[in-house]
Write a protein that binds this ligand. Structure first.
Ligand code: ZN
Length: 199
């Protein structure tokens, strides 16, 4: 299977096959100070190569405004997602299904989604909160780099996921701008497309 179109809708109703992986993965390099302390480049987060320049531009423009964040998680395989979910179910029970995507339903498998974390004053944190400067900057500016806040507050019943101020999804410049300006999710966009038959 070729790499998917950047506007692909992946959720609990639109699953990826277990053997899908993006062909062009690239290792991100903006996380030297990461908590995970990646000594081995192979353990650094990977994203689809075609979106990496947008991420780099977003990070460097953010830094000009005094906003610092890193890519904390990118591509995850179907089987890795399975392990994460199973571990959390063991620890927390059924609530885990609200927090972690089922294998095949995670955008991280496309290589188009990133979770961000902070490295501030020598401290790494992946505890991203709604009113953090970084989260606010990203929510308001990421569309300029082709990204959307994928699971917004107040849209939980539409996306099927809790509000995640750390999770951003690349959809391309035009679509990101459209979704940002209209304040709609990828689910709503897809539904509208199907209803009106536009392309
Ligand atoms: Zn995520």
């Amino acid at each position: 299977m070729d790499d998917l179109s950047v506007d692909v809708l992946i959720n609990k109703d639109n699953l990826l096959p277990s053997d899908y992986y993006p062909k062009s993965l690239i290792i991100t390099d903006n996380n030297e100070n990461n908590f995970h302390n990646y000594k081995n480049a192979n353990l650094k987060p990977m994203v689809r190569a075609d979106i990496y320049p947008y991420i780099q531009r977003m990070i460097s423009d953010a830094e000009k405004s005094g906003i610092y964040f890193i890519v904390d998680s990118g591509y995850r395989s179907y089987f890795y997602q399975k392990v994460i979910l199973e571990e959390l179910v063991k620890k927390e029970g059924n609530i885990a299904y609200q927090k972690v995507a089922k294998p095949g339903s995670s955008e991280h498998q496309t290589g188009l989604a990133i979770d961000i974390a902070y490295y501030k004053n020598g401290v790494y944190s992946d505890d991203v909160k709604e009113d953090d400067d970084e989260a606010i900057w990203l929510a308001n500016n990421s569309y300029k780099y082709g990204f959307i806040l994928r699971y917004p507050k107040g849209k939980e019943d539409i996306t099927g996921y809790q509000y995640e101020p750390w999770h951003f999804r690349f959809v391309g410049l035009d679509l990101a701008k459209k979704l940002y300006e209209e304040g709609i999710t990828l689910e709503e966009y897809e539904k509208r497309k199907n209803t009106f038959g536009s392309r």
